[in-house]
Structure formats: C-alpha cells, structure tokens
Design a protein around this ligand. Structure first.
Ligand SMILES: Cc1cc2nc3c(=O)[nH]c(=O)nc-3n(C[C@H](O)[C@H](O)[C@H](O)COP(=O)(O)OP(=O)(O)OC[C@H]3O[C@@H](n4cnc5c(N)ncnc54)[C@H](O)[C@@H]3O)c2cc1C
Length: 452
C-alpha cells in the first residue's frame, strides 16, 4: 500500500512518501521502552487493555544509565506481585548514602531508618530491569512489544492524535489507537512532533562516568567526595565502582586536553581510597560524558497524546531520581487512565488529571535539586572556594529527611488497580455455588408445592 504521509503539523513539516506495509489498530500505543514505558505497558496490559509498546533499539543494553531502583519503585513492584522475582536477579542493595564531602569527614544517611519493606536502593543494570518487566508482561495476551521500531511520525486528524508511523527493519508501519503515550526519553521525538517546548534549567555541571574495580575492604553504598574544586559520586556495584566525576558545564574539552593522567590524579586526590587503582583508566573510551540537563514541559498532553518520564521532564542526575519519577508517572497514568481506556474514551480532562497529579512532585523535587546544584555543587566546584556542608544537615530530625526524599521522592505513587481476574475453575467455588443452587431449587419447589 502506498500512501502520502504528512508529519505532524508542528514538526519540521517534510512531506514524504512512504511505503506503508500495514495498518494496525490497538487501544494504547506506548513509544519508548524505558522505565516509564515498560511499567506503564505492563500495568495497562494487566488490566486487559490492548497495548503496543514500540522501542527503537533492538535490545535494552545501555551503559552508564540510571541503574537505581528506589524503595518507592520496589514497593510498586511488590504491589504488582513482581518484587520477589525481581530481587532474585543479581543486584546490590545500597542503604548508606554519603553526600559529597571531603574524604574522612563524611555525613552519612542510612535508608534503614525508612519505614518500608525495602529500606535500600537496589542497584541493578537498567537493561536487566527492563528485560524483566517486558518478559513478565508477555503473560498478558493484550500486550505486544516491538523492538527495532522507531516512531517517526504522529498521525493527526481533526486536531487529535490518532496514532503513529514507525520505521522497522522491514519498512514503514502505521498503528492507530485511542491514546499515544510518549515515554521516549530526554530527546523525545514525540515531544518535538507535538510542538512542545520544554522550559530548561541548565545545571552548572556535566558528569564523566567511568568504572574502577572494587576491593573486599572498600566502603559500601554511595560515597560522595568533594575537594579542591572537584566532586565525585561513587556508586557501589556488583563487582566495580561506578564513578561520576562532576565537571563544570561545558568544560569536557578542557578536561580532555589536560590529559588522562590529570584525570587519574584528580580522582586520586579527591578520593584517596581509589588512588591504588586509577591506573585502570587507560583510555578515554572508558569515559562516558553525560551532558547534564534538566527541564520540564508546561503541558504534558494534547488530545490523544500524553508525555511521561524524561519526555515530560528531564531530571538532573544530582538528585538521582530520574528513574523513580519516570516509574511514578507510569503508575499514576495507569491508575488514572485504566477506566477511560477500558471505556473506549480518553478525554483531554483525563490527560490533564495525570499532569496535575505528577507535576507538583516533579517541580518540587526539581527546585530542591536546583538549589542543591546551584549552591552546594557550585561552591564545591570552585577551586578557590571553601566548601563545608551546612551543619543543620547533621541534626537528628533533619537527617531523616534526605533518605525520605531520596528513597521515595515527593508523593510516591501506589498501584490502585486490581489485576483482572480471568474466570478460573475452582473446586471449592464450584462446590459452594452448586450447593447454593440446589438449596435455592429446593426452596422454590417447596414454595410452589405449598400452593398445590
Ligand atoms: C548517563 C546517565 C546516568 C543516569 N543515572 C541515573 C541514576 O543514577 N539514577 C536515576 O534515577 N536516573 C539516572 N539517569 C536518568 C534516567 O536514566 C532517566 O531519567 C530514566 O531512564 C528516564 O526514563 P524514561 O522511561 O522516561 O526514558 P528513557 O529511559 O530515556 O527511555 C526512553 C526509551 O525510548 C526509546 N526511544 C527514543 N526515541 C524513540 C522513538 N522515536 N521510537 C521508539 N522508541 C524510542 C529509547 O531507545 C529508550 O529506550 C541517568 C541518565 C543518564 C543518561
């Protein structure tokens, strides 16, 4: 079938002709199988809603992505009946969080103080988490995942988004649906196609991610180090340390020009406990640069389209809450949209409800992280400035707040759906129903025969 296809009226507006191989129909299309997209599709399919999840990559492999599963996510996994199986997969549990401080002078927060079944952050490669959720979702007949499907166009009719066109290895495909949800990340194609402009708050930093080996008598958890105008975040992983070396915004080329030896030295001086292994860093290929961004959309939806997760709000990694907020968005959307999707009518008011539910928590946490970055990290990254943590952070009541905020974020979501029960035969149930029917029959016969 050959068709003329016009991109969204808001896009760069090229008019192209594609060979569309097929046109499919579903109830909800979810674009992007990151944490938000996979959890949302799982939850909708669990309710018997037809969901098509489209992912542009052929696999989930990502290096140095967020690998943190917060207590709030683990509670959701538990509510979905997935936590036990998830936590059987290899992971580490991080309870101690030391915010950046000079070596030896650390303030430490303990997540064990949290009142939850999961008082820790599970560190699990994101690819493993996503593969787990998608494989669990396969048990629902209404769930479909297509890997290698890059969504490039929105289908719009009468001001309403009605579906998408995606490119796969075998060519172009079209899918129509009641609702399209864009969970396609920080460079969201759908956000662009919809003509949405995020409000950016540019944090004063970028991060270089790298790995160093772990030794048996190393400390545990998350360790932050600050000194001489440098900051390091060290995350304990299964067999290594994931190190985030914080640099001033836009200074990567300067750091590179200074050479690898200067980087090794800087790490060793800031975190002397790693001085014995910085030599493992032998090539710039071992270093990944993350350009730190933070932004939010003023509006997350249009008729027929909703954006969630990083597509709606990129969270700075300084707060370590990108995955948490992406998953919480998914849970809120599933809670609020299950009934409209089942009823076959999703209104703009339904979509607005999702944004209303999630916007405030997002804005509050972004404001807190901004404050932290702009004051603490800026001071920490100034080689001429002296950096000390405000002493009130050590006060007994105050020190309970960061674990709560870090572990759960603002207004953590909970699953409000019940898994759809397919009618199943149960010997007990059948026996009870049978007895009731026989008794009812006897009662009716006796009433009738009394009149004879
Ligand atoms: C280097 C790095 C380190 C990070 N560290 C942390 C951390 O420690 N803790 C934390 O909480 N967060 C961290 N984050 C942020 C975290 O990874 C994100 O906030 C989170 O993954 C957002 O989830 P999401 O589902 O919204 O989007 P994403 O995880 O970005 O998923 C989007 C998905 O959409 C797919 N996609 C994109 N375009 C299309 C398209 N056109 N068609 C189909 N599919 C498409 C992508 O391939 C991807 O799989 C980090 C991010 C980076 C880059």
């Amino acid at each position: 079938m050959s068709k003329e296809v016009r991109s969204s009226e808001h896009a760069e507006a090229p008019i192209q002709t594609h060979e569309i191989r097929d046109v499919q129909q579903t109830t909800c299309i979810v674009v992007g199988a990151g944490p938000a997209g996979t959890v949302l599709s799982f939850m909708l399919a669990r309710q018997g809603i037809d969901v098509l999840l489209l992912e542009s990559h052929m696999d989930f492999d990502r290096d140095f992505r967020g690998d943190t599963l917060h207590p709030s996510i683990l509670e959701v996994m538990d509510e979905l009946g997935l936590a036990d199986r998830l936590l059987q997969l290899p992971h580490t549990e991080m309870s101690l969080v030391a915010p950046p401080a000079a070596a030896g002078s650390g303030l430490q927060f303990d997540l064990h103080d949290l009142k939850t079944k999961f008082p820790y952050i599970a560190m699990m490669p994101q690819a493993r988490f996503l593969a787990f959720i998608t494989s669990e979702a396969q048990r629902f007949p209404s769930y479909r995942l297509i890997m290698g499907a890059r969504v490039e166009e929105l289908i719009e009719e009468d001001g309403q988004v009605r579906g998408v066109r995606y490119r796969a290895q075998d060519g172009w495909h079209e899918v129509r649906a009641l609702l399209v949800v864009g969970t396609d990340g920080r460079f969201s194609r759908l956000r662009k196609l919809a003509g949405f402009e995020p409000i950016a708050s540019s944090p004063p930093m970028d991060v270089l991610w790298l790995r160093l080996s772990r030794k048996p008598d190393d400390p545990h958890g998350l360790v932050g180090r600050i000194g001489r105008g440098r900051a390091l975040i060290c995350l304990e992983r299964e067999d290594h340390w994931q190190i985030g070396y914080v640099i001033g915004k836009g200074t990567y080329q300067q750091v590179r020009a200074a050479g690898l030896e200067a980087l090794r030295q800087a790490i060793a001086e800031t975190a002397p406990e790693f001085a014995d292994r910085v030599a493992e860093l032998a090539d710039w290929k071992q270093v990944s640069m993350l350009s730190v961004e933070a932004n939010r959309l003023p509006r997350w939806y249009r008729p027929g389209l909703l954006l969630l997760g990083d597509a709606a709000h990129v969270m700075s990694p300084a707060g370590g809450n990108g995955i948490n907020y992406a998953v919480m968005d998914a849970v809120a959307a599933a809670n609020l949209l299950t009934a409209p999707l089942q009823a076959g009518r999703v209104t703009v008011a339904d979509l607005a409800r999702v944004q209303r539910r999630r916007e405030l928590p997002t804005r509050v946490i972004q404001a807190i992280v901004n404050l932290m970055q702009n004051s603490l990290l800026k001071a920490a990254l100034d080689p001429n400035g002296s950096f000390t943590f405000p002493s009130f952070l050590g006060w007994p009541l105050v020190r309970k707040l960061p674990p709560l905020l870090f572990g759960f974020g603002i207004r953590p979501e909970h699953v409000q759906q019940k898994e759809q029960q397919r009618p199943t035969w149960s010997p007990g149930g059948t026996w009870i129903a049978g007895t009731i029917m026989v008794l009812a029959l006897i009662w009716i016969i006796r009433r009738l025969t009394r009149r004879l």
